[in-house]
Design a protein around this ligand. Structure first.
Ligand code: ATP
Length: 191
């Protein structure tokens, strides 16, 4: 089995995440891709905590991937509570999918820059292929040898931008409609 893992805060999940997931599924020839919403992101806690609750972020991913048989969502980081370290998540996936199954941890180009700050990055490299999605003009020379690149033209979308649209206009075309309905029903991102 070839299992992809896409971590993030997904606050909220948007079409850019889905595009990255489809690119990974296709290029890495994955059997399934698992979205793993973080409880608390280790490298983000100080500047910007998440806004929607872990349960809401999990549910929005669930709604966004409904009907796509190769996508799944896992609640392991949310169930662990506290700060979500990728190394712990990959250990859980390894226990669930022993070798010869292959794990592919997929991340957007922005995270490729500060890998030295990740907890136990060498252990992470030993547990899974570490895939960074290339961005146009993205300098790959500084990346560790263990990093593999995914060809991908990212959509110019971020959760920050989606939250801003929702706050100011009450609407965003950058998320699936089921996610937008959830946001409205639960009055998220209004302030
Ligand atoms: P925020 O704006 O709150 O910082 P974000 O849009 O970057 O959020 P995350 O949940 O942090 O979303 O991202 C999860 C993963 O998806 C990360 O690896 C990130 O690099 C990647 N990603 C986010 N937006 C895009 C995009 N538009 N295209 C491709 N990958 C993306």
């Amino acid at each position: 089995m070839r299992i992809g893992i896409l971590g993030g805060t997904f606050d909220p999940v948007h079409n850019g995440h889905l595009a990255l997931a489809y690119a990974a599924l296709e290029q890495l020839k994955l059997d399934r891709l698992v979205f793993v919403p973080a409880c608390h992101h280790p490298l983000r806690e100080k500047e910007s905590a998440t806004i929607a609750s872990p349960e809401s972020r999990l549910e929005m991913v669930r709604l966004a991937i409904k009907g796509e048989p190769n996508f799944e969502v896992a609640d392991c980081e949310i169930k662990r509570r506290g700060v979500s370290y990728t190394v712990d998540t990959l250990r859980e996936f390894r226990a669930k999918y022993p070798r010869p199954s292959e794990l592919f941890f997929v991340t957007g180009g922005d995270w490729g820059k500060n890998l030295d700050q990740w907890k136990d990055i060498q252990i992470i490299f030993s547990l899974a292929h570490f895939i960074v999605a290339k961005r146009p003009g993205f300098d790959t020379r500084h990346l560790p040898r263990s990093v593999e690149l995914l060809d991908f033209v990212p959509l110019d979308i971020s959760s920050t931008q989606v939250r801003e649209e929702l706050r100011t206009k009450g609407f965003s075309s950058l998320v699936p409609k089921e996610v937008l309905n959830y946001v409205h029903d639960h009055k998220l991102y209004q302030t």
